[in-house]
Structure formats: C-alpha cells, structure tokens
Design a protein around this ligand. Structure first.
Ligand SMILES: NC(=O)c1ccc[n+]([C@@H]2O[C@H](COP(=O)([O-])OP(=O)(O)OC[C@H]3O[C@@H](n4cnc5c(N)ncnc54)[C@H](O)[C@@H]3O)[C@@H](O)[C@H]2O)c1
Length: 257
C-alpha cells in the first residue's frame, strides 16, 4: 500500500526536512512519510547506531547527523551540517525528547536540569536555528514541535512526571511566543500533542498497563507513530497555511476526558 495515500507522491518534492529524534518512533516514521512524498531528509539524533539503522531502512535522499539537543554547541553543529549540505531548510520537526516518570520525592535538581535541557532548551534552540534560516527563504518554512497531551493533563509519575509534563507545557508556550513574534512573516510554527503512543519510548512499560491506557481512551487504542506522521505532513502542507501558532491534539480523545 502507498503510505499516506491522501498526499500526492510528489507533495514535498524539492523540499528539505530536518527531523530531530529521527532514529526512533514518531521521528523515524515522520522521515518515512516525508520521503514517500519526495522530500530530502536530515535525520538527527543522539543515537548514532539508531541513525545508521534508520538510514538503512529508508530509501531516498537521506542524511544523518548525530546531535545531542541538550547541548547548544551540538545543535549549532547540526545546523552547520544543514547549511553545508542542503540548498535551504524548508521544514523542521522537533521530535527529540526524553520521557521520565519519577514521583515527586525522587525528582531532584539534576533531574529537572536534564529534562529541561533536552526537552525545553533543546526545543527552543532548534526552533531558533530553524527560524533564523527560514526567514531568509523565499517561500519561508514550517516548524512543528512535538509536545504532549500531558502538557494539559499533567504527569502523575506513572508514565510521565512533573518535569516532563512541565517541559511539554513549556514547548506549547514556545510555539505561542515564537508564533506571536513571527506574525506577518512567512514562517509557520505549530505544535502537535500526541496522546499515549505505542513507540519505543514506552518499551519499558508493562503490556498490561498499555492495555489499560488504551482501554481508557475514547478511541480504545494507543496512538501509532503513523498517526503522528500523518498530522505532521498536514501541518507542513500548503493546505495548513491558516493553521498557525496552535497545537493539534492527536490523542485518541484523551483531551476531552
Ligand atoms: N510515545 C508517547 O506516548 C508520546 C506521547 C506524547 C508525546 N510524545 C513525544 O513525541 C516525541 C517522539 O517520541 P517517541 O514516542 O517517538 O519516542 P522515541 O523514544 O521512540 O524517540 C525519541 C528519539 O529522541 C532521541 N533523543 C532523546 N534525547 C535526545 C537528545 N538529547 N538529542 C537528540 N536526540 C535525542 C532518542 O534517541 C530517540 O531516537 C517526543 O517529543 C515525545 O516526548 C510521545
């Protein structure tokens, strides 16, 4: 079956896409989705082995770059790679993050610093690198930041904790603030709020807990990376040109419980 049949196979031909967290889960599936529509992709991740595996499973114009988005100099190296190897940067998908699930007494200062460095600072400085380049593009560009439904619901320490949820709420605020500042420019920014999604991020979770989570969702299943990649394709498409500075919930209905 053609993946993502709603989009023409050349919908993103000639376009370039940088995806952080692309070695796994949603980031990897998003790369597969854009490649199937003709784009040139830079897969960025801290997991070098995972990047090599991802590249071997994909076909098309694929670059890889190792990055730790918890380090500003590493983010700058990632963008330097893009500057040297791509004609321009059209779409940036901020997917990389770590999930943590500690109870309050176990969350120390170092824990918060680690989560915020990767999930919040890493997202902002990736967005900053994207914006500064896209403002110089004749056709602008698109940024999608992957947040989470726990930005609204909070994390209780079972599968996500306070630090993680706060980092994702902060991600939504980055999208709003950057969107406000870029008003009238040709660069769009939006967030995607996935609900619980069956990706390697949750490999360590007891299958019985996953079943309980799925049973509690109005759609009665967990999300799939495919669900998220499809929404990201839409957000980066011209059809989404009036979708701006907002968050799209792709969460099986978790947000109205
Ligand atoms: N899986 C879920 O239930 C769920 C729900 C809501 C939101 N999200 C968000 O979706 C996004 C993708 O998650 P996923 O489920 O595909 O997880 P995943 O673990 O499969 O993928 C995350 C990727 O990010 C990479 N990464 C982690 N820290 C990094 C760093 N410092 N620098 C560079 N790369 C780094 C990992 O190596 C991994 O390849 C994340 O932002 C996550 O917070 C996930």
């Amino acid at each position: 079956m053609t993946p993502y049949p709603t989009f023409a196979s050349d919908a993103f031909a000639g376009k370039t896409v940088l995806i952080t967290g692309a070695a796994s889960g949603m980031g990897f599936e998003t790369a597969r989705a854009f490649l199937s529509k003709g784009a040139e992709i830079v897969l960025a991740d801290r997991d070098a082995e995972g990047l090599a595996r991802a590249k071997s499973e994909l076909s098309g114009k694929v670059h890889t770059v190792t990055v730790d988005i918890g380090q500003n100099d590493s983010i700058e190296t990632m963008f330097a790679y893009c500057d040297a190897n791509l004609a321009q940067l059209d779409h940036v998908i901020c997917c990389a993050a770590i999930i943590t699930a500690k109870k309050i007494p176990d969350q120390d200062w170092a824990h918060w610093e680690r989560v915020m460095s990767v999930n919040l600072l890493g997202t902002f400085f990736t967005v900053k690198g994207a914006v500064t380049r896209m403002l110089g593009n004749a056709e602008g560009g698109n940024i999608v930041c992957v947040a989470s439904d726990v930005a609204y619901h909070g994390g209780g320490g079972l599968i996500a904790d306070t630090a993680y949820a706060a980092s994702k709420a902060g991600t939504l605020s980055i999208v709003k603030s950057v969107g406000r500042e870029l008003a009238g420019k040709n660069v769009r920014i939006n967030a995607l709020n996935p609900g619980p999604t069956d990706s390697p991020m949750h490999n360590h979770i007891d299958p019985a807990l996953k079943e309980r989570i799925a049973a509690n969702l109005p759609r009665r299943r967990m999300g799939r990376p495919h669900d998220m990649a499809a929404a990201i394709l839409f957000l980066c498409s011209p059809e989404a040109s009036f979708v701006y500075g907002t968050a799209v919930d792709v969460d099986g209905g978790s947000s109205f419980r």
